[in-house]
Design a protein around this ligand. Structure first.
Ligand code: AHR
Length: 341
């Protein structure tokens, strides 16, 4: 019976998404299809929507697969409930995009004991026994953070040199770089590693200061709320280090309302993570200084790993997706228009 309801759920989800894409879903076949249960984090960001689409486009229209996706609405306990349903349904493989890193040992052990293989995507899980999952595919979030701080080091060094070249001959007074830090879901790999890169860099630059860490939960609405409140009392910001694009959009709205300028030539330099189409457009228009890419379009790579597993091939324990970072100089309108997310 449960399996019947799951099949109904997967059909209705596929049909819902098919409505958006215009593609025709395949009918799940109870007898032959390889059944995948996928626990997705939620729909908190444009990145997440693109990732869901990549996964769905990859699996839901392939007759070899039956793809059951459940949206955890950013709650780990919802993921536990989904996974336990997948175990009862007897799926062939479980894919988890974990909300946070901690707390997975019990449920991963339950999956292991049921003999079901697991693939972790996007973020990671903090378990000492990596036999509890086949592979972990997603971003190198620490590298993303390091790309951001390296860029900040470069531009601040260039600005210091141009100040030394001031015609009045005076020695410039060294000033503190005030960094406002907007954080995503606390405990998620994307938050932990992007935060680590910034905090490590601040520890080695005595003129860099994190003035505040605000909790934006990776959503535009939360970031707008906390930024609006913060800006009532504090307006002295040199850099906004925002851990995803949607929080950046909320922050930009709050900065506009507070009358604070940002971007190229503005008061606040903005660094954002994801590099979605909308953020890249703001970057090309001079409103965002740096977009660090977080690539959500790895559905086909996940499928490749699943197929390798099914063929009995060995697969790497960790796979990182290709990513880059962009300033306005790296962008053209054609590049942005052609982008998939
Ligand atoms: O884990 C990836 C992060 O999660 C993305 O940066 C963010 O937009 C999403 O919510």
């Amino acid at each position: 019976m449960r399996r019947f309801f799951s099949i109904l759920l997967s059909i209705s989800m596929i049909l819902g998404l098919a409505g958006c894409t215009g593609a025709k879903p395949t009918e799940p076949s109870e007898n032959n299809a390889f059944v995948i249960g996928f626990s997705q984090v939620g729909s908190e960001s444009d990145w997440r929507i693109a990732n869901t689409k990549s996964m769905t486009d990859t699996f839901a229209f392939d007759a070899d697969y039956e793809f059951i996706m459940e949206n955890a609405r950013q709650k780990q306990e919802n993921q536990f409930a989904s996974v336990r349903r997948f175990i009862l349904d007897g799926v062939d493989l479980i894919i988890i995009a974990p909300t946070v890193e901690e707390g997975w040992l019990t449920v991963l052990t339950e999956i292991h004991d049921a003999g079901i293989p697991v693939i972790i995507i996007d973020r990671s899980v903090a378990v000492w026994d990596d036999n509890l999952f086949l592979t972990n595919i997603g971003s190198d979030f620490l590298r993303q953070g390091n790309l951001a701080v390296e860029w900040l080091e470069k531009v601040t060094a260039q600005e210091a040199v141009s100040e030394e070249e001031e015609p009045d001959g005076s020695t410039p007074v060294s000033t503190t770089l005030k960094i406002l830090h907007l954080q995503g879901t606390i405990g998620a790999t994307a938050q932990i590693q992007r935060t680590k890169a910034l905090e490590d860099a601040v520890a080695t630059h005595e003129d860099w200061l994190i003035t505040s860490q605000l909790y934006g939960d990776f959503t535009e609405a939360k970031a707008y709320e906390v930024m609006t409140e913060y800006l009532k009392e504090n307006k002295d910001i040199d850099v906004l280090y925002s851990e995803n694009d949607n929080m950046t959009f909320g922050a930009m709205r709050a900065l506009d309302e507070a009358g604070i300028t940002y971007g190229e030539g503005g008061d606040v330099k903005i660094i954002t993570f994801d590099a979605t189409k909308e953020a890249l457009q703001y970057c090309l228009d001079g409103k965002i200084n740096l977009c660090v890419e977080c690539n959500p379009m790895f559905g086909p790579q996940v499928k490749d790993l699943v197929e390798k597993y099914r063929n009995g091939d060995t697969i790497p324990k960790h796979v990182y997706v290709d990513e880059s970072a962009y300033t306005s100089k790296d962008l053209t309108q054609e590049f942005i228009d052609a982008r998939a997310y």
